[in-house]
Design a protein around this ligand. Sequence first.
Ligand SMILES: Nc1ncnc2c1ncn2[C@@H]1O[C@H](COP(=O)(O)OP(=O)(O)OP(=O)(O)O)[C@@H](O)[C@H]1O
Length: 250
Amino acid sequence: MGSNAWGCLGLGHKNEVKTPQIIPQLCNQRIQRFMNGGDFVFAINHVNHVFSGGNNWVKQLGRHTKGLGFEIISELNDKNITQICCGTNHSLALTTNGQVYAWVSKFENKSFENHYQNLFEELSPIGLGGFGTVFKVKHRFDEHIYAVKRVQLKDSSDKNMNRILKEVKNLGKVRSEYVVQYYNSWPETNFLYIQMEFCSENLRNILEIKPKVFDRDLGEAMSSYEYFISCEIFRQILEILKTFTPGMRH
Ligand SMILES: Nc1ncnc2c1ncn2[C@@H]1O[C@H](COP(=O)(O)OP(=O)(O)OP(=O)(O)O)[C@@H](O)[C@H]1O
């Protein structure tokens, strides 16, 4: 049961389900395990036959039929699948003799059409930067709030794309409680979208709040305690940025 956005429960419809429902296609199948993808589900039965249900917009269900209701993936019947793992829009299956199958058929440029709209509900624009606009959005499946930055791709030359891809790769490397968390990015029409943690505060607010937190008036000198903590946070950010080659400046 649950919100069942995009039919991820495999019940054959997209309506919210408030009480547990029987899934007719899986009755008497002696299902052993379920695996969740972004908006789809796999089930494996006692003889390692695989069933899939939910959204199939990029053929993430590993079958050619339409999505939503559970169906067996007959091509995998003789493969003896022992494990499946899923991402947002793709899946990998491991056989008992160590072979790996992967599927997500149409992840060409076209598949990213409407990816932003399909995945997110846009709540409001947050701000405008030198390269693009940042929006506050709600993920349609996990229902978390994120910030998505939309950068216009002015030209698709190798040099320009390489520069942008390098920047995105660098963002993905940063893991720190002091640096905004990067989650995902994708090109769509003439834009690059970057999904990030949503920060409800910005540096200006923090600088305004900081004196109150340390119990001093605005303009009054910092105590050695506050000074030490501020320096430590700054040092940790510099440590992270130093790990980039070539170095990063901001
Ligand atoms: N992850 C985020 N959460 C909340 N607000 C954000 C987030 N990222 C950016 N913003 C807001 O959007 C505005 C624009 O951000 P953006 O990163 O595009 O530009 P910038 O950092 O101001 O400058 P530059 O384009 O040079 O990087 C910021 O000023 C900030 O207020």
